[in-house]
Design a protein around this ligand. Sequence first.
Ligand code: ADP
Ligand code: MG
Length: 367
Amino acid sequence: MIEQGAPAFDALFNRAPAVTADAPGRVNLIGEHTDYNGGFVFPIAAPQRTRIALAPRADAVVRGWSRDVGDEQAWIEFRLGAEARAGTWGDYIAGVTAALREWNIPCGGFDARIESDLPLGGGLSSSASLEVALLRGLRDMFSLDLDDVVLAKIAQRAETGLVGAPVGIMDQMAASLADEHAALFLDTRSLAYERVRLPPATSLIVIHSGVVHRHAGGEYRVRRAECEEAARRLGVRELRDATVGDLERAALPPPIDRRARHVITENDRVVRGLAALKSGDAQQFGALMVASHESMRADFEISTAEIDLLVGLARDADGVYGARLTGGGFGGSIVALADAAKAVDAAARIAAEYSRRVPLHPTVLIP
Ligand code: ADP
Ligand code: MG
């Protein structure tokens, strides 16, 4: 969707684009902070996407323009081979070209125009959507030999490398492989996946709290380090390999014990969520979402007062089976599973009540 007044590629670069590509954001239904612990996740593609238009250049320069960051920051530029962290959105582009070089995949200079209808920092992974859209465009333009899974790994490397956000593989796998019609049950260790439809006559509700998070920021990194510490103390490779029994026997010190309990029980909830969705049991899946939120709030401590308020309003709304924070936390969005016939009304009421109680502008992203 090109907004009124936003310049087209031709106006920005004085020529036509050679290729266009896009990729969706994602809504994680359950399985939060499990991906960097070798565990299970269950994302579905968001209807909102990032779109990119590209044209090759004769030199080794990359120039990019984004519609979504404000005029002063709209342009970025760097030279291939000289990618360096700048602390701007250009890091996501330079991260991709630097990662391609690590994989020995050739990539020439290019001009890029970007626009997204995802909220940036809204918990729906605008970052992975941007990385995957760019890689799809480059694959097409330079005829790169890249399958969708390798593409996701390169996109993840862009973020863990040059951007410096220690993210797992969920967001990039979702942007690369998920679609809107079925959720993607993913084993983040083996990368085996399975697509499962939502129960009949149900719909998702996704509402952005109006509070933007930042992954490159400290808390995500702290949680990841705490999980690694817990795995070390439990004597397992990753928390995916530990059980609640292991945790009880080990008597880890707080808050490491709570962090580990979240990941171990969350993994189990994803597996049970898979069974619930396969049998079309919306009630059961909703109960798992509620338990997941409670675990994120009390044990992993990644929720906020605003998100708890939204989740509470959603949970109590007529026609809603369950609700939880979605994405890395510290702001962002909530997801709920609802009766399809009641979802539009419920979402409007939840958002209205939320903005009555806090001075923030919620955005209903789905339905
Ligand atoms: P999330 O992925 O949950 O939206 P992140 O903090 O991981 O949040 O990524 C958001 C960052 O990604 C933005 O601050 C910006 O640097 C970059 N980004 C994402 N989409 C765009 C876009 N359309 N244009 C420019 N930068 C973008
Ligand atoms: Mg992100």
